[in-house]
Design a protein around this ligand. Sequence first.
Ligand code: TYM
Length: 341
Amino acid sequence: PRVVFSGIQPTGIPHLGNYLGALSNWVKLQKTAAPEDELLFSIVGWHALTLPQDPKTLSDSRMDMLATLLAIGIDPKRSILFHQDQNQNHTELAWILSCLAPMGKLQRMTTWKAKLAASRNANDESEVDESLLNVGLFTYPILQAADIMVYKATHIPVGEDQKQHLELAKNLADTFNRAYKAGVFPSPHLVTTPCCRILSLKDPTSKMSKSAPDTASRVLLTDTFSAISLKIKASVTDSLGPITYDPILRPGTSNLLTILAACVDEDVHSVAGRYEGKGHEALKGDVAEAIEKMIEGPRLEFERIRGERGYLEEVARDGALRARERSEETMREVRATVGLP
Ligand code: TYM
């Protein structure tokens, strides 16, 4: 049987990249899972703390994320839906894994290198001041590996940007098994969606992200049709004439085609074929409509569910209980294996 695990940070309403790159796959896997398969989906509050968070905003975002995941169709009866920060087993395993993880591997993580580069720009160009960055930012991938391994997860539906983190998890599973001559952890596999990577609507050379300052660079799952239309119409494309799919020369145009193809669940080339001789206006109109069609249901459901505090709290409580119980099996085995019964 498969054990599916994935997580998302509670740092605001998910955007189209989160949804098309990962969340839609969570729902799909839930639908297609065999009865004996297990599914766990987590809101990873501890990961969010690697960047400064306003406590009230973080607390609200945790709830909103839970409501969003329910709204897109995660079924708390079928899947274990829970807050990572309510299961201490994640941090206990993360510590044990920290003691096996080579510094060098973490230093090669592109997310860490990006933070380093950013800190370099802020100060003197030649000086990289690692000492100012927090340790959590550096060890974050170990906690991610622990999230996965504490349930012995085998299938991890994430976007392409998480590939390197998953490689580290594979590596740590393997390192643990070899260090203790024990077959405790299975190797986790990456599960991606066909579209993989959605780009910023304003700067199609970088990915769509929750933290980019320009809010017009992303469509949120709770955006209304008029907001979606405005953002898509104002998205950066090119002036190279009729629509063609060419991610290198035409990243903005191709990103819109990628989004459209993912929304209607078709191959991007056949979608592009339908725009032969047509311009950006036609494409943009269709993209906005396809997004609306896809997210209208979840948006209405989110508005309904977010008001049901009692229900949300009950789902969180039940999820935390089941997650703790499920991970405790692994931790008993891990503690015994390392000699800390
Ligand atoms: P997070 O919260 O940044 O993103 C959640 C998911 O959305 C995907 N994603 C994208 N996919 C396509 N295009 C984009 N522009 C885009 N932006 C984000 C991400 O790949 C991710 O799947 N470290 C993780 C959370 C995490 C986790 C885990 C995931 C913690 N522990 C264990 C899996 C397993 C993160 O920060 O995701």
